[in-house]
Design a protein around this ligand. Structure first.
Ligand SMILES: Cc1ncc(C[n+]2csc(CCOP(=O)(O)OP(=O)(O)O)c2C)c(N)n1
Length: 628
């Protein structure tokens, strides 16, 4: 028996085989999958707790549906490890997130079973609806499954999808994977709405939360409420999580125990026969089956290497230095002590952005808005309009969502919102959906906005201080991980806007570097004996100052080094600056930065090497340019 059971996972070379398994075999397979996920994530790092939570759900879906025909759309995609293992990637799973290995997210180039590329949240319902409409136009019969977490249901985009899907009455299955967690505890009216312990105290609170939540829905909110209030009996039956989804014309099924394979399979078999919008509410436990992750799902949401036996983090050499994130979080607390107008906003990432320190010290001035980057920015605009100094801390890649809000709600009114973009530049193993490769480009053309990047942690402190004094929209971006270990500041001063600093004098050429590339550029230049090269730390991408122009005019060759895509980045800013000041014909320019492509996942240093922005590549490129 033991031998036979052990061989189940080994036998699963394609997802069709999951259909043939008995309940007992599926149960055993669930354990084998969990063991493999824990083993690999302990070594490679990754999204452990979300993936452990959906093992039975994945098995039940593959038991009933057919990914060769039916579309599996995982929201965010960080929970799809079991799906990867069961859809032909069991043997390559140990290469998870490694350079050249399989991705940590669904990736159609990697497998025909990955039906939609993803990494950012709340896209599954819209993408799924698009596929359902396409299916009907093509006269096909497949099912479309959007599997979305309760955290991802906090984003407006999810409701835009529900709204259209219900309106069109399409055959679309939404599976709500409710573990009551985003990365941290889920927030907002919706999270308590989905909560389901029917005590009388709960009922009173629930009614209050429900009413305030439902009233916010344009047009239909008041109607639902009037209807629901007609009688106390009706009210009681109405106040289940189903009412919200029924309002969107989805047929609500649930809640279903997400770890009970038998129940899940029964429900999905019924759902398979329906051809209307259906929402299946599944209750799961984040980190299920691994005690350390069940106990601390936030830590194990996305985790580095750890000891599988204990869950303890493996020490790495650089760990004693504080990360940029930590320096930002602690400095903001220091500054907020002196200025009660400072408020802090995160879109569901208090730990990731370093705002958890602020949340502890200033709970009344801290706001976690859910996975709602767009709302976060406009909410900040409202606060700024009333005299506050909002600091919006969002990863570079996720702020892409809020582009119009930055333009229309903040910069148009020149409001003093400070944008702190963590994970600027390459992030490594999370790959193309998470690299912060575009922020200089998507920010620097917006009028009124200051765009900056510190070379180290102390400069981050100065920029944050400067931003909070500037009384205008101000963005600063800094990389993932630890800095260079420079001494942190206790006292702050304002940096003059648009002015950088000359770090090294030289006659033959001037290198203009920014952010994470300043020190590697400096080291590269120091190794070059053939030419005398100056180095200027730009600090600002925008504005660019007259003093910079005067400095550049002393040279006939300049090189710009940045960790942003070359398209529209810092180098482009300098080129435009030279053109505006009639200098282009006299000065030769070389830009070093990221190429015009989506960069894959992998070790961040290897990626910098591969894409030519590490010290050695910078040195080679400078030499080639100057020798020309
Ligand atoms: C637009 C966007 N903002 C932020 C994130 C970071 N993020 C990744 S997973 C996650 C929480 C998702 O919660 P939920 O959907 O409930 O899934 P769970 O991890 O609980 O399974 C967040 C905030 C993201 N992926 N996309």
């Amino acid at each position: 028996m033991e031998k036979l059971e052990k061989s189940i996972l080994e036998k699963i070379t394609n997802p069709q085989l999951v259909k043939e398994l008995s309940l007992e075999e599926l149960t055993f397979l669930a354990q084998e999958i969990r063991d493999l996920i824990i083993k690999v994530v302990a070594r490679n790092g990754g999204h452990l707790a979300p993936s452990l939570g959906v093992v039975e759900l994945t098995l039940a879906l593959l038991h009933v549906f057919d990914p060769r025909e039916d579309k599996f759309i995982w929201d965010v995609g960080h929970q799809a490890y079991a799906y990867k293992i069961l859809t032909g990637r069991k043997d390559s799973f140990p290469t998870l997130r490694q350079m050249g290995g399989i991705s940590g997210f669904p990736k159609p180039e990697e497998s025909p079973f990955d039906h939609f590329a993803v990494g950012h949240s709340s896209t599954s319902i819209s993408a799924g609806l698009g596929m359902a409409v396409a299916r009907d136009l093509l006269g096909k019969k497949n099912k479309v499954l959007a599997i979305i977490g309760d955290g991802s249901m906090t984003a407006g985009l999810a409701y835009e999808g529900l709204n259209q899907a219900g309106g069109l009455d399409k055959d679309l299955v939404v599976i709500l994977n409710d573990n009551e967690m985003s990365i941290s505890k889920n927030v907002g009216a919706l999270s308590s709405f989905l909560s389901r312990k029917l005590s009388s105290r709960w009922m009173i609170k629930f009614k209050r939360d429900f009413e305030s939540f439902i009233k916010q829905i344009p047009r239909i909110g008041e109607d639902i409420l009037t209807y629901a209030k007609r009688s106390e009996e009706a009210l009681k039956s109405f106040f289940t999580p189903g009412i919200l989804f029924e309002a969107f014309k989805f047929n609500y099924i649930g809640p279903v125990d997400g770890h009970n394979l038998k129940k899940l399979i029964t429900v999905f078999e019924e759902v398979k026969e329906l051809n209307i919008p259906v929402l299946v509410h599944v209750l799961t436990k984040k980190g299920k089956g691994y005690a350390p992750a069940e106990k601390n799902p936030t830590y194990f949401h996305g985790v580095g290497c750890f000891e599988p036996e204990t869950g303890k983090a493996k020490k790495i050499a650089a760990c004693s230095l504080p990360t940029y994130t930590e320096v930002f979080g602690r400095t903001l607390c220091q500054l907020a002590k002196e200025d009660s107008r400072i408020v802090a906003i995160t879109a569901a990432m208090p730990e990731g952005t370093g705002l958890s320190f602020f949340a502890e010290q200033f709970p009344e001035r801290f706001f976690d808005v859910g996975i709602c980057e767009q709302h976060a920015v406009t909410f900040a605009a409202g606060l700024a309009k009333e005299g506050f100094k909002p600091v919006v801390a969002i990863y570079s890649t996720f702020l892409q969502r809020a582009y119009d809000q930055i333009v229309h709600d903040v910069c148009l009114q020149n409001l003093p919102v400070v944008f702190c973009l963590d994970r600027g530049g390459l992030v490594g193993e999370d790959g193309p959906t998470h690299h912060g490769a575009f922020d200089f480009s998507y920010l620097r053309h917006i009028p009124n906005l200051v765009v900056s990047a510190p070379k180290d942690e102390a400069e981050l402190q100065l920029l944050l201080y400067t931003a909070l004094q500037a009384n205008k929209p101000f963005a600063l971006r800094y990389p993932r991980g630890v800095g260079s270990g420079v001494a942190l500041l206790k006292e702050f001063r304002t940096l003059p806007l648009g002015q950088g600093e000359l770090l090294r004098a030289g006659q033959d050429a001037l290198v203009l570097a920014i952010g994470s590339r300043v020190y590697p550029a400096l080291e590269a230049i120091e190794e070059i004996k053939e030419f005398s090269i100056g180095l200027y730390n730009l600090i600002f991408v925008k504005p660019l100052s007259k003093s910079l122009l005067d400095m550049i005019k002393n040279y006939d060759k300049i090189i710009i080094v940045e960790e942003n895509t070359l398209q529209g980045g810092c180098g482009s800013a300098i080129l435009e600056f030279l053109e505006e000041n009639d200098c282009l014909d006299k000065i030769k320019v070389k830009r070093i930065g990221l190429p015009d492509m989506f960069i894959e996942h992998g070790n961040v240093n290897k990626l910098r090497e591969k894409y030519g922005i590490d010290k050695s590549s910078i040195k080679e490129k400078i030499l080639a340019f100057l020798r020309r």
